[in-house]
Write a protein that binds this ligand. Sequence first.
Ligand code: FES
Ligand code: FES
Length: 181
Amino acid sequence: MTPEIITATYKVNGEERTIAHPGHHTLLEVLREPLSLTGTKHGCELGECGACTVLIDGEPQLACLALAREFEGCDIETVEALETGEGLHPLQATFADLGAAQCGYCTPGILMVSKALLEENPKPGRAEIKEALSGNLCRCTGYIKIVEAVEWAAGMARGDDDAGPADAVFYGQRDGGTDHA
Ligand code: FES
Ligand code: FES
């Protein structure tokens, strides 16, 4: 049977994009294929790994479980939104500095959940960070660096330059320098 093709307009990372796609496609499929936003990762497709997490109107959403057509008119934010041309987002910077991204497959989803957390709670405790990230699996890092990176990014966003962990490798690099701690 030929799938129904719909034409839909999505607002992604502040830009309206009108595309045609099969009406049964998930938000993950639409983001990665016609919209070419491959930062959002395709993991389990079962709602179990969190790799596909994007923000819908500021709230984390598993794109693999969401029918794309339901999100016309919403603000959809993917990991590509962190790139603003004004340097790294604090979360990108601290994840890089601490080695909180290794293979990186889980990282886009974790960054988006963390962004939503910090927008809601600028000073989360470690327990709150762990709770927020409880739906995001990482096979590589052991999670400790991820939690530290989110905590540090929260501190940076608050203007607290001393918020970084003592063992940060490139502590002080925020302005593009190479000062080691
Ligand atoms: S790919 Fe969506 S939760 Fe794993
Ligand atoms: S960095 Fe590899 S799965 Fe998290």
